[in-house]
Write a protein that binds this ligand. Sequence first.
Ligand code: DGJ
Length: 694
Amino acid sequence: MSIIVNKDKKIFLLQSKNNSYAFGIDNLGLVRHLYWGSKIESIEDFEMPILTEVSTNDPVFEITKEEFPVYGSLRYKEHCLKATFSDKTREIVYKYQDYEIIKEKKIEELIIKLKDDNYDFYINLHYKIYEEYDLIERYVSLKNMSNDIIEIEKIHSGQFHIPYEDLNFSNVHGHWGAEQQRFVQKVNYGKIVIENRRGISTHNHNPYFILDRDATETSGEVFFGALKLSGNFSGVIEQTQYGETLVQLGINSHDFKLNLEPGEEFVAPSILSGYTNGGFETMTHNLHKFAKDNVLRKGLRPVLYNSWEATEFKVSCDEQIKLARKAKEIGAELFVVDDGWFGERHGIDNGLGDWYVNKEKFPEGLNPLIKEVKEMGMMFGIWVEPEMVNPKAELYKKNPDWIYHFDTRESDTSRGQYVLDVTKKEVKEFIYNMLDELLTTYDIDYIKWDANRPISQSSVKKDIWYKHIEAIYDIVKELKIKHPNVLFEACASGGGRIDYGILGIFDDFWTSDNTDAYDRLAIQDSYSYIYPIKAMRAWVTDCPNFLSRRVIPMKFRYHSAMMGTLGIGCNILKFTDEDINLSKELINEYKQIRHIIQEGDFYRLENSSKNRYSIYQYNKEDESLLFVFLPQSEIGHRGVTIRLRGLEEDSNYILKLEEKQIIKSGKYLMNHGIDFKLFGDYDSRIIKINKIVR
Ligand code: DGJ
């Protein structure tokens, strides 16, 4: 049982494998946080403290650890909910009413039911406990049972209380081509805000928080939460004056207003949250395991070939067929035609919205290419950017009011395109029908869904910042009902749409347009903290890399891309025999080990050397893999001692180190480690380790 209730004391204890989360209802009917940390078995230990104000300037509401603070009364800290009622009152006074426990597929969910004292306005706080993953999913639903509209100005999905000061906050920053760069900063007095105001997605920050007490990979306390939302989010971290740190995540209140109609219910996006005292590795494992078991589609991901970097917009049926044949020869299993196959799409300024097959490029339509691809035994995928329209496109000429706009203003183009107002019923239907027709007409297995610009001139409705992405989720969910086998890749100018909102609805993330194998190691490392490896698409592309101008040997490029779901984005028609043979060999190797990569446990190993080694390990049952990278051998280089993780202490393991076979115990490999050395520039190895099973 993961939910324990003490009805007399009105205390709720949420239990997962190793942790507890407790809160209760106080004499004023407020929902007050009591505990989040290592497991405490006995609910009887918890008491609801009676609070008295510190001074008239430090009122009780400021000190009270509320699970869901609302706007009103003497509250000045961040609130989670702000509403305006029809009589212009802007104060919510909630009171606890009741609770309910529901159970679905062995997962228990606690619902705390609150009601406003003055209006027929209901707030439900939901807590779903994923016991074996040590995760709690929190969300909030609002219901307007009054006869008037209630304007919601802010809705964050929950507040977390961490009973410490001086925590470290980590997230990622970045921009196009440089996504997922991990940063860590000390939390001090004042607030840290991460957010997205762009509507579509952002490369700048990611909707999660990690707060730790000087944790390492393998030790220390870590509190974390990831928001299931791809649109405008905000996250606020605040060290208060009263010895704790508050965190909130939810829909960004920037330019936001949602009208809750009489009888309407609104369910805010949820936060997947957790605690560990075992360092970042445990956090990663809990999230990855949860995603692999419950979020991601089952089965191994195919090796993909994508034509974008090879052809850009200059696609033609004949050349695509040639590329497909070569892709098959080296071992690809899925052939994806990227941008440029439709409408008058010869560059960025036309075609979006006109989703017919371009006759000059594909005189007999897509079928000759698809037939060829299928006859070779490959899957077929295609690129779309359904949320967008070019001003020159027929779609725009016919429906100029379908884009986000203000009636008295010109909307801005960006990358030569406008954003369609997907919150309009007819636009949503157009996108669904267009994709349904594409998937019905052609034998398509994979959709790469791109979105290359943010929303501007966002129309008069202030809820579009949320409703846009909600509509996209709906479209894909609907499409998957009719076309259940089609895989969807979430791309937004590279890695703009990486979050738990889209994951599960979509199957893969395009991690970044930065395909430089060395840069990619850093991107992949940061990505791995929160998101599962199986969803991380990684390509091998040509050198010099289009972005970094760096030339990296092909083996290193493959090894870097083999750390996720492998793709190839090279102009393979220009491959030498040597390139082809190496590609065949490495793609074949990937196929032998991908079950460990995509479905195993992932470890970021310590680099004990002064040289810049990157070392990663994957474990699945009796098999392990080590990925070792060295970008450049630097002065005084004496190699590295690699201490493995997650092995059985008393089992023996066999591994091959540079042609030499060694057998060592788990204890030895994890404590003493293996001494290893790479040489020169861009050297890399994949080392296989197998448990000796008696
Ligand atoms: C941006 C994507 O990230 C690229 O992979 C490619 O699909 C281009 N868009 C196509 O326009």
